[in-house]
Design a protein around this ligand. Sequence first.
Ligand code: DAH
Length: 528
Amino acid sequence: MIQDIVQGIIVANECLSGVFYRNYIQSWKEATSNQITVEGKAYDTDEWMNAPSSILSSISRRLHLQPDHPITITRKLIESRFPAPTYQKHNTLFPIVSVGQNFDSLGFPADHVGRSRNDTYYINKSTVLRTHTSAHQADTFRAKTSEGFLISADVYRRDAIDRSHYPIFHQMEGARTWSRSAVPEGTTLARQVWDDLKTIPKHDLVVEDPNPSFHPDRNPLQSDHHSPEEAEAIATHLKRSLEDVVVTIFSAVRAAAAAAGGSSASTSEPLKVRWVEAYFPFTSPSWELEVFWQNDWLEVLGCGVVRQRLLDSAGVPDRVGWAFGIGLERIAMLLFEIPDIRLFWSRDPRFLDQFRERVDGKITRFKEFSKYPPAPRDVAFWLPRSTPAARTPDSTNEPHSAPNPAGGLAPESASNAPSSSTTTNSPSASVSSTSDPPPAPASSSTATTTYPPFHENDLTELVRAIAGDLAESVTLIDAFAHPKTGRQSRCYRIVYRRLERTLTSEEVAGLHERIGRELVARWGVELR
Ligand code: DAH
């Protein structure tokens, strides 16, 4: 019965207004069916569902597994520093995980902003697209199949679209633990860790590490579980392992720069890194590693001594160790001099054919190919008077602008604040990524509709749903309150661009108009 009505609406709408409304109704149909299927796995959806099909249909891309893709080359370069059998590599873990895996198992507090629907894609109240590879830490510890592991995977965060942000990106999680019960007679756990350290290659890096390994207030030792000697040994093993990664990456960067004829300071000065105290709910003490690159300190990764409660609840209470998380896009952008994170998603052979996995580990830098002209269009509107607290650009309305070491979000501050300021299409996510704006509220045509507050991430997502990768950026260019009425005005510039050819002005106008229409329908804005 419902199906028939829907079919009737589809037919009527096709006659009236064509493909746009058909897709619109398709989305609505999916939204009302309360179930989605992703790569053969069925999930019930509920009112928490906010993962658009443009995102779900990208799950199958798995850039970190594509041969000769820069993300794959970067992954393999880092993997080469963590040999088997000590370090087992996991590269095919599925991205849809429970809230328990993504947040609870790691000790994220219930009110952590990272859990909000504004930052995280939910399938239902208890199921999300993983926001980081740490989501698999507890399960991998529980499996007890190796002393150490590396997990590389795609991760998902609701985010801005610009050169360095994309809602899907890739991370690598690393961990190494030692078993207390396996320490041989006559030695200690700390001594065993120091012994293992001898296998890590020496380097000539300049390392600034001004702080003590732990500090009672700023970076506490887990004194109920670890002796100072143990924590010191684990911290040193962790830092040396990661310094080795940095040496490997940046030596490759410099060699590529030198091969390209560069002799700037970045290729001639000694490589310099520094350890900075940090906070993560699942490690203590914790650090970030920064590299001095092109006259600036660049955050590269987050890490620390794994919280014992995590290992206890993963069923390995006799183990102690370290973990780290690193974002692969940022490293790949440096390695290959790729100027825009969106290029990783390109299917253009002019991009893809530039990269080759080489046995000698040499990197060839990206060469810019001719770009077709951008088509900027502005959309200006008044927010509805009824919008309760239409957030301003400088409050939480601001998307993740400061990337964090592990890839996409701002670092978590010592106040335990989460990272709010903080990359064949799926058979099931059947709606094309350029055609499915999320359904508007059912009653949007009535005068009494109350609209949800407008949020910049919602606009970003709407633009992505309608224009897909044809949208290069969405930037707030003007915001003010009317001096008399107090009504809020916003103006955003959307830059459209196609990699393969010039977009026609009709195509751009079509996309832009749809975005305007949806803004009105979903948030009750008044276009100006
Ligand atoms: N999951 C963190 C993020 O996405 C990165 C991270 C930090 C991973 C510290 C770790 C760690 O394993 O120990 O921001």
